[in-house]
Design a protein around this ligand. Structure first.
Ligand code: CAA
Ligand code: FAD
Length: 379
């Protein structure tokens, strides 16, 4: 066993941390307040190669591993969880299924643009009546003259509206339940595809979340991803890795909260001494740091398993579950350590606390992670 990051992984962490602290953090609070997505930040990530970390150079990537990708999401989320999820949805949810299931033409045409950051990606699975229960989705794709006609709507789509390439799941055969779902690659601007309501949210407010509407939207057969009827498998295997990206996001949020709380506890004096000198505060910091290390080990292990070509679905569900719950506990404690100041927008910990909540909800709620893990444990 080797717990040492490679020189390349250490270099990547340093590069992303510098970028995050110098280019992302200064506007994080303002973008959160204004609910403003900034494409220029995504373009800067592209220039650094972050938009294609795990993909081979022949497809526009930098040919690094999944652990490097997790480190990047962690470092971005340490200062701005919205920027972390922009990258996570782009890489894990939009690019991964094309890399895994796309044919050569699709990789050249779509993955290449996603990897280089020329295009931004999104993943559209959830619907108003089908969140945890994916198979109950209502969006249909009917064959017509060799093409497919999409009708229906998707909700809660991260990068909605600002993305250029969408992975969209629809029913091609309602009688076949999970075997009747097909995945499509849909480009922004396709006739019949419009962006609906933009959500007003508690956290990750500079990551846009929107509805997608499909009204007689004609998609050519060449945009089918994988085989017809293979969509549920594509959706689930995509989430197997995606969930670890969210674990990395949660880990970054928690680390950001701990860093802020530890610095404040050393500086803030009450009763003539820094509040950190009270065991009641230092025990909180100790528990936060311990949970973060446990979350980091689970997250890095799941990434390592994926890079090594070993099964990683259970490890990824565990990392997302543990890191999400830990981030929520840790950010609440960070606000507590800041006292009244923590409850204001003068410090970033209230934003971290609001941002942490989503990591227990999306890419499968933490109840669903327990369901997935429980099924594997008892299989
Ligand atoms: N890999 C491969 N196959 C899988 C699989 C996986 N991970 N999970 C299930 N399957 C297979 C099963 O083996 C089964 O195969 P058979 O054909 O042999 O029957 C089939 O798929 C059906 O599986 P289930 O019976 O387990 O299906 P289910 O209806 O009970 O659903 C579920 C399972 C785990 C609850 C699933 O619906 C689920 O993951 N729900 C949560 C949805 C979710 O995570 N959404 C996230 C949206 S994206 C997002 O949120 C983005 C963002 O934040 C940025
Ligand atoms: P429901 O499924 O209605 O669940 C409600 C509650 O019931 C939850 O607590 C849940 O855990 C619980 N529950 C449901 N079933 C069970 C069960 N079997 N056992 C125990 N408890 C259960 N989706 C996308 O497709 N793409 C995206 O990019 C995307 N981004 C998102 C961004 C944001 C900000 C948000 C809020 C959501 C996003 N989602 C996205 C959707 C997200 O994945 C769903 O919200 C999530 O899967 C839960 O679905 P739901 O909201 O319909 O809740």
């Amino acid at each position: 066993m080797d717990f040492q990051l490679t020189e390349e992984q250490e270099m990547l962490r340093k590069m992303v941390r510098d970028f995050a602290e110098n280019e992302v953090e200064p506007t994080a609070a303002e973008r959160d307040e204004e609910e403003r997505f900034d494409r220029a930040i995504f373009d800067q990530m592209a220039a650094l190669g972050l938009t294609g970390i795990p993909w081979p150079e022949e497809y526009g990537g930098i040919g690094a591993d999944y652990l490097s990708y997790c480190i990047a999401v962690e470092e971005l989320s340490r200062v701005c969880a919205s920027t972390g999820v922009t990258l996570s949805a782009h890489v894990s949810l939009a690019s991964w299924p094309i890399y895994k299931y796309g044919n050569e033409a699709q990789k050249q045409h779509f993955l290449q643009r996603l990897a280089t950051g020329e295009a931004l990606g999104a993943y559209a699975l959830s619907e108003p009546g089908a969140g945890s229960d994916v198979v109950s989705m209502k969006t249909t794709a009917k064959k017509d003259d060799g093409d497919y006609i999409l009708n229906g709507s998707k909700v809660w789509i991260t990068n909605g509206g600002v993305a250029d390439i969408y992975i969209v799941f629809a029913k091609t055969d309602a009688d076949q339940k999970h075997k009747g779902i097909t995945a499509f690659i849909v480009e922004k601007g396709t006739e019949g595809f419009t962006i609906g309501k933009k959500e007003k949210k508690l956290g990750i407010r500079s990551s846009p979340t929107t509805e997608l509407i499909f009204e007689n939207c004609r998609i050519p057969a060449e945009n089918v991803l994988g085989e017809e009827g293979e969509g549920f498998k594509i959706a689930m295997t995509t989430l197997d890795g995606g969930r670890n990206g969210i674990a990395a996001q949660a880990l970054g949020i928690a680390q950001g909260a701990l860093d802020a709380a530890a610095a404040y506890a050393k500086e803030r004096e009450q009763f003539g001494k820094p509040i950190a000198a009270n065991q009641g505060i230092s025990f909180k910091l100790a528990d936060m740091a311990t949970e973060i290390e446990a979350a980091r080990l689970l997250t890095y292990q799941a990434a390592w398993l994926e890079s090594a070509g070993k099964p990683y679905g259970k490890a990824s569900a565990m990392s997302k579950l543990f890191a999400g719950d830990a981030a929520m506990r840790i950010t609440v404690e960070a606000v507590q350590i800041f006292g009244g100041y923590g409850y204001t927008k003068d410090y970033p910990v209230e934003r971290y606390m609001r941002d942490a909540k989503i990591t227990q909800i999306y890419e499968g709620t933490n109840e669903i992670q327990r369901l997935v893990i429980g099924r594997m444990v008892t299989k």
